[in-house]
Design a protein around this ligand. Structure first.
Ligand code: ADP
Ligand code: MG
Length: 293
């Protein structure tokens, strides 16, 4: 009976989401654990089957580090950003576009819906420029996104599931390593997506980062902004990899995305649970408090 109840609970959400775009930032355990990878692919394919338009954006930090080490190249981070000289960005591009991206495409293909992989260069999806570390230090070819042109995504999404690797080039043709959270946010905004979902390795946005039970299940973009700016309000100061995620959520909501979600990718099917059940699973961020998910 529980199965029937779950299906019935999902129905109004399926109706609400039909024809709408959801941008999913894919990362962490959901991208490395074999079982979770299969679950993720099934979830994404199911979203497409029920008439949603899923767009996947991924990074691949651990894989880049792995290949850097195999090539005996130094690995260095400043303010959580990878110091990227010419050799580093070359490896990052090869690994993200040639390996990680194609592995995800294959995974989704195998589960019954054809996917197409692309990077920021394809169809001029995004143009980047050099971004210094927050401390001002030059960290090389680490880019921010200046312009997004989603025309290519709209074409591909008519028949395929787009899978985007977060690298892109500037006007002169130099390639940059781009934070995948920022890329996902910029794409969601430009597509006027209904939802932006981050799959990550924490239970959600935590009131106290050392307490996994302290998930903030719902917040407004203004509350998130106050916390990111000064650590005021609902959360302890936001640090590390949660900062670009929350910033992307704020920018997305201000840019017209209806909801942003931060979801525990370590839990099987967390994507479906967050989207299609009343209780949800992680943190839901919207323009204002609401009763609907
Ligand atoms: P991803 O690979 O999904 O981008 P990151 O490691 O970059 O994940 O970002 C998530 C990390 O952010 C968490 O593991 C945690 O260490 C850190 N963090 C800092 N502040 C918070 C917070 N308030 N709530 C949750 N995580 C936080
Ligand atoms: Mg991160």
């Amino acid at each position: 009976m529980r199965d029937v109840a779950t299906l019935l609970e999902a129905l109004p959400y399926i109706r609400e989401f039909h024809g709408k775009t959801v941008v999913i930032k894919y990362g962490g355990a959901a991208m490395s654990d074999p079982r979770l990878k299969e679950d993720f692919a099934r979830d994404v394919v199911l979203l497409k089957y029920v008439g949603m338009n899923p767009v996947i954006v991924h990074g691949g930090g651990p894989e880049i580090t792995h290949y850097m080490e195999r090539l005996d190249l130094p690995v260095e981070f400043v303010d959580g950003l990878r110091v990227s000289d010419e050799a580093t960005v070359e490896v990052a591009k090869m690994v993200l576009v040639g390996k990680v991206n194609k592995d995800i495409v294959l995974l989704i293909n195998r589960h019954g819906q054809p996917a197409v992989g692309l990077s920021g260069d394809d169809g001029l999806l995004f143009r980047a420029s050099r971004q210094p570390a927050p401390s001002g230090q030059d960290i090389g070819y680490v880019g921010r996104i200046d312009r997004v042109d989603v025309d290519v995504l709209n074409h591909i999404a008519e028949d395929y599931i787009p899978v985007v690797a977060s690298v892109g080039a500037d006007r002169e043709g130099h390639s940059y390593n781009i934070n995948a959270d920022e890329a996902a946010g910029a794409i969601a905004r430009t597509l006027s997506a209904y939802k932006l979902v981050f799959l990550t390795d924490v239970a959600g946005w935590l009131r106290d980062p050392s307490d996994p039970g302290s998930v903030i299940s719902e917040a407004t973009a203004d509350e998130v902004e106050a916390a990111v700016r000064s650590g005021e309000g609902v959360s302890a100061p936001v640090s590390g990899g949660m900062r670009p995620k929350l910033q992307a959520c704020i920018d997305a909501i201000h840019g017209g995305v209806s909801f942003a979600h931060i979801v525990d990718g370590r839990a099987p099917h967390s994507l479906l649970l967050e989207l299609f059940t009343d209780a949800g699973q992680g943190t839901k961020i919207g323009p204002a408090r609401s009763d609907t998910k």
